[in-house]
Every structure is written in C-alpha cells, then in structure tokens.
Write a protein that binds this ligand. Structure first.
Ligand code: NAD
Ligand code: UDP
Length: 310
C-alpha cells in the first residue's frame, strides 16, 4: 500500500484522482484549503479508513511521510485564478517549492499538474511539448500561465540539481462531473445555462477552438505518468479532437433539448484562439494511452450530473 498525497484533492480533478487511487488500494491524503474545492466532492470518500482529509494551504510547508505526491493545488478557472492573482502565483510557485522540498526530503515521486496554458496563445498548431509557447508575461492570465511555467522550471531544477523523481503533465481543457456550476469555464457555463433555459454566452465570435478531454481519460493518463520510469515529461494529456465554441454550444443545445438562445459577449483579454494537443509523446511513453470518451458521451454524463444538482 502506497501513501499518496494529493494537493487540491477536494477540487474537480483531485476528487476523481483520490477516488481512483483509493480504488487501487492506496492510502490517500487529500490536502486542500477549499478555495475552489468542495467537501461535497469528497464526502463519499470520508467513510473509507484509507482516506484522510487535511485542511491546509500549500503555500505553507507541510510535513508528512509519503511515497508519491500529485500537486494539483491551484485554481484553474479564469474567474477564480484572476480573483486574487497574487495568491494564484504564490500557490503555483511557493506551493511547488514546498511540495518539491517535501519530495526531496522523503524521496517521494512528485507529479505536477501543469497546463496547456504554458503554450499561451499558440502560434504552432497542434501543440507539441517542444514548443516554448507564446505567453503574455504582464496580462490578466499571466498569474496562472507564468505561475505554472515557473513551477515547471522548479520541477526540472529540483530534478537536475537534487535528483528528485519528477513528472510533469500538461493538461488540456478537461471537463466532467464535479466541476463547479459557477466555475465560469465554458463546459459548465453552457450546460448550466442550457438547463436553466438562460442565454448561452459565447465570448467573441465563437470561432476560437479548444480540445475537450473527459475526466476519466485524464486520471488514467496521470496515473500512467506517475508509474513511468526515467521519464520526467513534460507530456501533453488531452483529447486532440478540436471544436469551436460555437460547435460546443450547438452540441449542448442539442443534448439538453433547451430553448436557450446563443448570445455573444466580449472576448476576455489574451483568450487563446486555438488549442489542440499533439499526444504522440503520451501514446509512446504511457503505454499506448489515448482518450476513450468522445465529447458527446462525456457531455451526456456531465449534463446528468448537473441535472441532479439542480
Ligand atoms: P479546481 O479549482 O476544481 O481544483 C483546484 C483545487 O486546489 C481546489 O480544490 C482548491 O480549493 C485547491 N487549492 C487552490 N489553492 C490552494 C492552496 N493554496 N492550497 C491548497 N489547496 C488549494 O480545478 P481543477 O480543474 O480540478 O484543476 C486541478 C489542477 O489541474 C490545477 O492545478 C489546474 O491548474 C490543473 N489543470 C486543470 C485543467 C482543467 O481543464 N480542469 C487544465 C489544465 C490544468
Ligand atoms: N467561453 C465562452 N463562454 C463562456 C465561457 C468561456 O465562450 O461562458 C470561451 C472562452 O472565452 C474560451 C473558451 O470558451 O475561449 C474556453 O474557456 P475556459 O474558461 O473554459 O478555458 P480556457 O480559456 O482556460 O481554455
């Protein structure tokens, strides 16, 4: 039985990861400060004696004996990470330093939940790991993008300088049950608006693209990444099937049968125009990993979750 620390474990992705790690027979310590995470996401795990919940802010040092660390603590939705941008940078950077220090001390493997945002508004398409990105260092998204880029740097330096066994995954837009209904991200926004019969808000023309990955495919990729030997990444984990926001809105309208109408709102600053992962490296290094859940199927499951929440 491994002792595994998941920071940000009460969040959307973290809660699914904790669940899966418990199913595989591990002892899981879930650390969260509940900035965007919710107890409801993990309440069903509390009766499991191998699940421990700790209220803690990752920007403060934390001491524990563990074999593996998944570092997910960080708000991920633009409205949440821009709410207190200084705190977002601290969470990514000081959080990474604290968790890397812990990994070094107890010789744990450590995986960083990085992001496709490290590519910024990419001029290379689709994005391969070797692309260094096109990131505005002084914009409204910078607290998140640059915080995550600096965390990647710290991970690589702890690896090169101190021999820490690190793994970096660059996660592309992921969705599924347990996203917050008020999260502000596009999938939860469109589904909630459709279910309530409200206008569906497309920012800009709706021609910008994203590639949406269902949560189960991501969790599988993260677990396979942690199990690799002599491979640090960074590796892209995402679903390469690309959609415009207009296409996404139309799919949500069709699946929910809503009477909601599409309306257009201003495009947020520095909103990336296109995003699509090249997953060749993931397939090669993660034992043939590839996404299994198509958008339509994943949206159905997510709509079902939000319907039950209403
Ligand atoms: P989320 O907001 O649901 O989860 C983040 C969790 O971190 C929350 O539970 C929050 O309370 C916790 N947290 C935030 N600051 C903290 C702090 N200082 N100390 C302790 N806990 C803290 O978002 P998510 O979608 O589950 O994202 C999880 C991770 O994956 C994040 O690091 C995010 O950057 C990364 N990621 C997510 C996506 C995506 O599409 N969902 C894409 C790329 C990267
Ligand atoms: N978006 C939109 N309507 C919304 C929320 C988001 O059109 O109600 C757009 C947003 O401008 C972006 C895309 O959807 O182009 C994805 O946004 P999200 O915040 O989900 O993720 P990110 O921009 O970080 O990829």
């Amino acid at each position: 039985m491994k002792n595994i620390l998941v920071t940000g474990g009460a969040g959307f992705i973290g809660s699914h990861l904790c669940e899966r790690l418990l199913k595989e027979g591990n002892n899981v310590i879930c650390m969260d400060n509940y900035f965007t995470g919710r107890k409801e996401n993990i309440v069903h795990l509390l009766s499991n004696p191998y699940f421990e919940l700790v209220r803690h802010d990752v920007t403060f040092p934390y001491y524990i004996e563990v074999d593996e660390i998944y570092n997910l603590a960080c708000p991920a939705s633009p409205i949440h990470y821009q709410f207190d941008p200084i705190s977002t940078v601290k969470t990514s950077v000081i959080g990474a330093i604290n968790m890397l220090g812990l990994a070094k001390r107890v010789q744990a493997k450590i995986l960083q939940a990085s992001t496709s945002e490290v590519y910024g508004d990419p001029v290379v398409h689709p994005q391969k790991e070797g692309y260094w990105g096109n990131v505005n260092p002084v914009g409204e998204r910078s607290c998140y993008d640059e915080g995550k880029r600096c965390a990647e740097t710290l991970f690589m330096d702890y690896h090169r300088q101190n021999g820490v066994d690190i793994k970096i995954v660059r996660i592309f837009n992921t969705y599924g049950p347990r996203m917050r209904p008020d999260d502000g991200r596009v999938v939860s926004n469109f589904i909630m608006q459709a279910l309530k019969g409200e206008d569906i808000t497309i920012y800009g023309e709706g021609t910008q693209t994203r590639s949406f990955q269902y949560i189960d495919d991501l969790v599988e990729g993260m677990i396979r990444m942690m199990a690799t030997e002599d491979f640090t990444g960074p590796v892209n984990i995402g679903n390469p099937v690309e959609f415009t926001m207009l296409e996404l809105a139309e799919k949500v309208i069709q699946l929910t049968g809503t009477k909601s109408k599409i309306v257009h709102k201003p495009l947020p600053a520095d909103d990336p125009k296109q995003r699509q992962p090249d997953i060749t490296l993931a397939k090669e290094k993660l034992n043939g990993w590839e996404p299994k859940v198509a958008l339509e199927e994943g949206l159905k499951r997510t709509v079902g979750y939000f319907e039950n929440m209403k």
